[in-house]
Design a protein around this ligand. Structure first.
Ligand code: AMP
Ligand code: GLY
Length: 427
């Protein structure tokens, strides 16, 4: 099969590497891809959000199957557009992608179907939102922009003044554009966070191994929120007992709710969970693989990713096994100094040959890299994700750090404590 993967980050690189292991895959392309993905796939410079351009390219090249990885093209309806052109694709329809693209949609879905989540109210008027927050008088309070906001549309406010400032940024200054026309004001929850990525064909759901993201820029969960500075899998807080509770009270009810709403979810459904004292609750859904969760989850997936994806599209997931290897994995992200705020690009990267570490020890997934005159250079905030697998989490973390230490570029920033909390939970 001739495959196209839409997107160009570390997640897409991990998907491409796994798809290439399938005997069914004869040719693979990425659009737009990046400097390191170019070592594994042919790349075509089409922005992921240009769904007209992506669909035209898919038709022109005659792809047999397209994997749409990022949220924006899913929310914009690329899978629907491809289906209309007779090209099967992995990922939800635009209607099903609302589970991520609209917080109001997902919160109302959870309320209607009794799926555990933080209590909330929806507002279109910042003044009314502030009155509500003042009357409740409970801090911190969480304010979320309704629409997609590059993972930055969530504010945790410690006081009324902070909430007023946050509401102004989102709803009046329109920091996230139309995504801030409505906000969800919700209750602040506490507890360990777990990410669970699950395959779904609309009727059957099969989870992959659990993982833990590290969203803050600095050690000790300090600093600004980022797209994710590293991940480990499995997540030790996610015991078998909790997994069963999640399946019964969250995963299957969500799948049935989407069916009942007339938009069955096909693709990879991401559950961002918090294990609160009152039980597991949904913090957010994503309509796609997580980044950088994918960089630890897929290396632990047993079997043929392409077969599983096709089963999601064709409705045959019930008869397709999804299993984990039983090993552990850790991914350390190497970022540009200053990320997630201002950072420089174009810094030469040392230590890699053909995008990988000579001698191995870990796999390098490229997020923000480019080829410039035969030299690999930085081209984004998150530059590389270095993933190691091993029989234990401790060994995987050690291997990932040792391997990432062999890579260099000016201004390189990495957290030194990826997996530390997970290890503490194990002991
Ligand atoms: P999100 O972009 O929805 O994943 O939110 C980003 C992060 O904000 C989450 O990973 C949580 O750490 C935090 N967060 C979101 N909602 C809540 C909540 N209701 N209570 C506590 N923390 C939250
Ligand atoms: N790592 C969180 C996300 O992909 O949204």
């Amino acid at each position: 099969m001739k495959l196209l993967v839409v997107g160009g980050g570390g997640r897409e690189h991990a998907i491409i590497k796994k798809l290439k292991e399938s005997p069914l895959c004869t040719e693979i392309w990425a659009a737009p891809g990046n400097g390191g993905i170019a070592c594994d796939a042919r790349c075509r410079e089409i922005p992921a959000t240009d769904i007209e351009g992506q669909a035209a390219f898919a038709k022109e090249e005659g792809f047999d199957y397209v994997v749409v990885a990022p949220d924006d093209p899913l929310a914009l309806g690329l899978v629907d557009k491809l289906a209309a052109a007779g090209i099967p694709a992995f990922g939800p329809s635009a209607a099903a992608a609302r589970i991520e693209a609209s917080k109001v949609f997902s919160k109302d879905l959870m309320k209607k179907y009794g799926i555990p989540t933080a209590g909330y109210e929806v507002f279109t008027d910042p003044g009314e939102a502030l009155v509500h927050i003042r009357e409740k008088g409970v801090y911190p309070v969480v304010i979320k922009a309704d629409g997609l906001a590059l993972g930055k549309g969530v504010l945790i406010c410690q006081s009324e003044a902070e909430a007023a400032e946050g509401l102004k940024e989102i709803m009046q200054d329109k920091k996230f554009g139309a995504s801030g026309d409505r906000v969800v004001v919700e209750e602040f929850l506490t507890g360990p966070e777990v990410s669970v990525l699950a395959f779904s064909d609309g009727v059957t759901l099969k989870p992959m191994v659990s993982s833990m993201d590290h969203k803050r820029a600095l050690d000790g969960d300090e600093g600004l929120n980022t797209g994710g500075m590293g991940t480990v899998a499995p997540n030790p807080y996610y015991t078998e007992e909790i997994a069963k509770v999640c399946m019964d009270t969250i995963f299957l009810p969500t799948l049935r709710a989407m069916q009942a709403e007339g938009c069955p979810f096909k693709g990879c459904l991401y559950f961002g969970l918090m294990l609160t004292p009152a039980g597991p609750k949904v913090i957010e859904y994503n309509c796609r693989f997580g980044d950088p969760e994918t960089q630890v989850v897929l290396p632990l997936l047993e079997g043929d990713l392409l077969e599983i994806m096709l089963a999601c599209t064709n409705g045959t997931l019930a008869s397709t096994p999804v299993a984990a290897s039983g090993q552990s994995a850790a991914c350390v992200v190497l970022a540009s100094g200053g990320y997630p705020e201002h950072y420089e690009k174009g810094k030469p990267i040392t230590g890699l040959e053909n995008g990988q570490l000579p001698g191995g020890g870990a796999v390098v997934y490229h997020a923000g890299t480019a080829q410039k005159g035969g030299q690999l250079v930085t081209a984004g905030g998150r530059v590389l994700g270095v993933t190691a697998t091993a029989p234990t989490l401790e060994q995987a973390i050690e291997k990932a750090y040792a391997a990432s230490g062999r890579i260099g570029f000016e201004g390189l920033h990495r957290r030194a404590d990826i997996g530390r909390r997970a290890l503490a939970a194990l002991n």
